[in-house]
Every structure is written in C-alpha cells, then in structure tokens.
Design a protein around this ligand. Structure first.
Ligand code: G3P
Length: 216
C-alpha cells in the first residue's frame, strides 16, 4: 500500500519525505488555505519535494471551469494529479481530462455507486472519505471494502485512495481491505511509527550497554 500525506505544509512534507516512506501528497482547498501562502509558489515547492504524485484540487464546480483549472494545474509539474469533486460535472471533467492524458483523483466520494461511475469515467484515483462517514455513524471502511471488491470484479485500474483517515486503525483497516493508497495527516503518520514497548526496550538496551561499559 502506498502512503500519502494529506497536508500542504512544506515542513511536514520535507520531514515525511526524508524518512523515505512517503509516496505522495494529497491537498485540498482547506489544507492550502491553512498555509496562508500564495498558491502557485506553495504548490511548486511541494511538487519539487515529493518524489511521487501530488493531488491539487480544482475550485470550479462547472465542467468548463474544472477542465480549464485542471489543465492549468496539470502543467505545474509532471507529478501533479488533478483533483475533481464527485459531481455530475466532476465526472464529465474526469472523462475529458483523462482522455487528454491528465491524471485525476476524484474526491469527496461517499458511495459505491459514485466510485463505480468514477472508474468508468477514467479516474486514476478514487478518494472515499472514511472519517467523514464515521462522523455521521456510517462505517467508512465498508465503503472502501465495497469499492475494492467492485473494481476487482471488473478489472478497473482506478486506484482506491483511502482518505479522511483519522487514526492508525484506519490505516490498518484500509490495508486489510486492499486499498492501494492511504492518505493521512502527518500526525497519524508519526503515530504509525511509535510503540511504547519500542521506547522501553531501547532504553533498557542502552542502559545495560552503558552499565557494562562495552564499546562498539
Ligand atoms: O483527503 C481528504 C481529507 O483531507 C479529508 O480529511 O479529516 O478533513 O475529513 P478530513
């Protein structure tokens, strides 16, 4: 499973990429707005840091506007994936942009029917929002499982990108469900690495080593 970080914060992205296990970045208008930096230099910097795909979202909601913005965004860097919302116009935009060789991440997916249509339209990634479904007492992970099954049944190449991830358990369950990608806040990525027994074990090894006075 690929690991993406869901942030537009350059410090977090540099930190994550330096570990060597971050495969890409997803952004959205809310995350970009949080950075309080001009859009173009910010996303150019992000694209230059990240080795893999960087999702940049359109803000137009009509077909023509999404296509125009998608074409502009796709020229920013080779690793840009255009993000379009899962609406009727968004599906048309995915069909149009993917037909021109522009890769699209279709976002704000909350149902299996939406995901089926997105794959038929030619999306490179589909982004089901797990946490936001959990927020309204639906099991977000069931949607990931349904999409993975449907895509497998028909050999769709659209990759399932588990989004709106809020905890390490979401990451484990997304991996078990067969999601191709999980995108998560930087804080969740840090949680994935940590275990109290690792810290306790390491301290004991180093204490024993120091007491014995052994040298490498
Ligand atoms: O990738 C989509 C994600 O940014 C949404 O996350 O936590 O705002 O629901 P959240």
């Amino acid at each position: 499973m690929k690991i993406f970080i869901d942030t537009a914060n350059v410090a977090e992205i540099r930190d994550g990429v330096s570990i060597g296990i971050v495969d890409g970045v997803t952004t959205n208008p809310s995350l970009i707005a949080k950075e309080k930096r001009p859009f173009r230099p910010l996303v150019e910097e992000i694209c230059s840091i990240v080795p893999g795909d960087v999702s940049l979202e359109v803000v137009a909601t009509d077909f023509e506007g999404m296509v125009k913005e998608g074409e502009e965004l796709s020229k920013i860097a080779k690793n840009v994936v255009v993000k379009c919302p899962l609406t009727k116009d968004g599906l048309r935009a995915v069909r149009h942009l993917s037909g021109k060789g522009i890769r699209v991440n279709q976002t704000l997916c909350f149902s299996a029917t939406q995901a089926l249509l997105s794959a038929k339209a030619g999306a490179t990634y589909i982004s089901p929002f797990l946490g936001r479904l959990d927020d309204i007492s639906h099991v977000g992970m069931d949607l990931v499982r349904d999409i993975v099954e449907i895509y497998r049944n028909y050999g769709f190449t659209t990759q399932v990108l588990a989004a709106s991830i809020r905890s390490p358990l979401h990451v484990v369950d997304a991996a078990k469900a067969g999601a191709h990608v999980a995108t998560m806040p930087f804080a969740v990525l840090e949680q994935l690495m940590k275990h109290p027994l690792t810290d306790i074990g390491l301290k004991k090894f180093l204490d024993d080593w120091a007491k014995a006075g052994v040298k490498l």
